[in-house]
Write a new protein. Structure first.
Length: 94
């Protein structure tokens, strides 16, 4: 599935810069943010220890529960630029 990176404009400047420096093929980390006051399904997107934005809420709503129940997902930058598009896939357990 594919999701846009959202909310980068609301992040600190160093996070915005990191988001702009993403290149196609780069891996980013997805971390649940269940305490998010705007969206209980929020999934943060992290790059180099910086939270650079969020998975689009339409996609987060589909996978948040799976993440809460132990499923893992990987995300790779499919399209760099504005908007950044992430390809998200479940990581199958061994």
């Amino acid at each position: 599935m594919f999701a846009e990176l959202r909310g980068t404009n609301f992040r600190p400047v160093e996070c915005q810069m990191q988001a702009r420096e993403l290149i196609e093929g780069s891996y980013v980390e997805l971390r649940r943010d269940p305490g998010n006051k705007h969206d209980a399904n929020a999934i943060g997107v992290w790059s180099k220890d910086l939270m650079i934005g969020y998975v689009a809420k339409e996609i987060a709503a589909k996978i948040a529960s799976d993440m809460d129940h132990g499923k893992n997902f990987k995300a790779v930058v499919e399209v760099a630029g504005k908007p950044v598009v992430l390809k998200i896939e479940e990581i199958e357990p061994f």
